[in-house]
Write a protein that binds this ligand. Structure first.
Ligand code: F6P
Length: 528
């Protein structure tokens, strides 16, 4: 199936109004149920011909084989020579060597979380831990913070706070009001080299050491480099390990999930992993036409790469899921935002949408104006929860009503004639084009298991999109380049005034910063 043929079929898909008018079964046929998730894709710009052609395309590019290769631990991350075996982290009971090793490491992390929660492990003055402060960034923070926040109704352990930014206000705010003697700091860094994390960890260590007889009793590390962690001062028994084959943005199901287990308990975290495993199994075995991650990934790819829609909004209608869009930004754009194919060749199609989003109904009062009337269609993933999340079921009904209304209004729009009928004037300012695609995902309830299935759904949708785009979804050299320039800029700022004037374009720093050197100099001149 050629891309041009897919593009032609996409251009021939009738409007949503027409498709619903001509097919009374559309809503029912466009819905899939799996792992406690009810997925209504019927308001996507898809018809039978395009769906069949797109599925045939998935077969032609060998999607099934690529999925199986990832689950089998093959080297799917060619540029780094690694597997991407995050699915092994939740394959409880698997006899695969990687899964057994990961299970051992996870058992240690869950045991420590249990001991922190029940007071078997305490601080250096014998007092129980009342707070856990996770210091990490990117996948070492976004995933665990999203899951911790999403499950805040299940918290029955120490309060968990997250620090990611090197802006010292972030750490200051997290430590505000805390007693070092009852605080456990978790330094989360797969590489144990990330500048922001190590700088914050160093300051947290000093904060602990100034008040505790043995600061080491107040720190754990989750890392793939225990040697570096021990060299930094972490007690070897407090090093929680993850493997090199766990990508940062896929690491929430590894020991990086320690803060989650501290907040909701090992049993709750095991439920989260079980929900992920249930989605893994569905993804690995379900026929593509009934496969939630495959259909989801296919639709995102068609909207972005074939139709050229520049972005996608993820709008969870649940305050507890407010951080999910941030986690998905890294998961999708750090995986798919590439400039060359997985083998270094040119890309003929866009490889990733821009992902953004916030919780609904707030989003309606922020950017939904553009979604309804803007010049470019921006597809939306709506995520709702059937079981009320708070104590007011009437409010929950209003929440769900708003979500469904938005999805319908985006699809239906309002013509000039309808505007005239509704307002007495054929006012173009009050009409909207409609035919704007969205998906509605409903979780039966927002508990660890269903959240695990949802997170895994997006992880696997990213794989599908990466295979369709022909990119390596598991490396992130662009970001690492940014890290190097950051080090160079920091070095340039550290240089003395005298050295700085000499350090200009010919500076010794690894990156000349030629475009930015004048601004660096201006900043230095402004510093008090
Ligand atoms: O953003 C780049 C990145 O390497 C992410 O992939 C990773 O999650 C983050 O930095 C933090 O890296 P580490 O866990 O090694 O500190």
């Amino acid at each position: 199936m050629s891309i041009d043929h897919l593009r032609l079929l996409a251009s021939r898909v009738p409007g949503l109004r027409e498709m619903f008018a001509s097919d009374a079964e559309r809503a029912q046929r466009g819905t899939l149920d799996a792992c406690g998730i009810h997925a209504d894709f019927s308001r996507q710009l898809m018809d039978t011909a395009l769906f069949a052609a797109a599925l045939a395309h998935c077969d032609e590019i060998g999607l099934r084989g690529r999925i199986e290769a990832m689950f089998a631990g093959r080297t799917v991350n060619h540029t780094e020579g690694r597997a991407a075996l995050h699915t092994a982290l939740r394959a409880r009971g698997s006899q695969a060597p990687e899964a057994r090793e990961a299970a051992t490491w996870m058992a240690g992390a869950l045991e420590l979380a249990a001991q922190v929660r029940d007071g078997a492990v305490v601080g250096s003055t014998g007092r129980r831990f009342t707070h856990v402060v996770n210091i990490g960034i990117g996948g070492s923070s976004l995933g665990p913070e999203t899951v911790t926040r999403s499950l805040r109704r299940f918290h029955d352990g120490p309060e968990v706070r997250f620090v990611s930014n090197i802006d010292s206000a972030d750490l200051d705010a997290a430590l505000a009001g805390l007693d070092p003697e009852t605080t456990l700091v978790c330094v989360a860094s797969k590489t144990f080299t990330t500048q922001e994390t190590l700088h914050n960890a160093e300051r947290a260590r000093r904060w602990l050491a100034n008040a505790c007889p043995r600061w080491q009793d107040h720190v754990v590390a989750s890392t793939a480099d225990p040697v570096a962690a021990v060299a930094w001062g972490i007690d070897p028994v407090r090093c929680l390990r993850l493997a090199e084959w766990v990508g940062g943005r896929f690491s929430v199901s590894s020991v990086v999930g320690f803060p989650v287990a501290s907040a909701i308990g090992p049993a709750g975290f095991a439920d989260f992993l079980d929900g992920m495993h249930e989605m893994d199994t569905h993804f690995l075995h379900a026929p593509f036409a009934e496969n939630l991650p495959v259909v989801h990934g296919l639709l995102w790819w068609l909207n972005s790469a074939i139709r050229g829609f520049p972005a996608v909004a993820v709008v969870p209608y649940a305050a507890d899921l407010a951080l999910l869009p941030q986690h998905l930004q890294q998961l999708v754009m750090e995986s798919l935002g590439k400039g060359v194919s997985e083998f270094g060749g040119p890309l003929s199609l866009d490889s990733s949408p821009v992902v953004f989003g916030t919780a609904g109904t707030d989003a309606q009062h922020s950017y939904f104006q553009m979604l309804h009337q803007g010049t470019r269609p921006i597809p939306v993933d709506f995520i709702g929860v059937v079981e009320p999340l708070g104590g007011d079921s009437a409010a929950h009904d209003l929440l769900v009503a708003n979500m469904l209304a938005q999805s319908d209004a985006l699809a239906t729009g309002r013509s000039l004639g309808e505007t005239e009928a509704a307002t007495g004037s054929a006012d173009p300012h009050r009409s909207s084009p409609g035919n704007r695609p969205s998906t509605v995902l409903f979780l039966s309830r927002l508990d660890p298991r269903h959240l695990g299935a949802l997170v895994a759904l997006y992880e696997h949708s990213v794989l599908v999109q990466g295979v369709l785009a022909g990119v390596n979804s598991f490396d992130q050299f662009g970001v690492e380049m940014g890290k190097q320039v950051a080090h160079a800029a920091a070095e340039a700022l550290r240089a003395t005034d005298e050295a700085a004037s000499a350090a200009g374009p010919k500076s010794s720093v690894s990156h000349p910063l030629t475009m930015t050197h004048p601004l660096l100099e201006w900043y230095r001149s402004q510093k008090v």
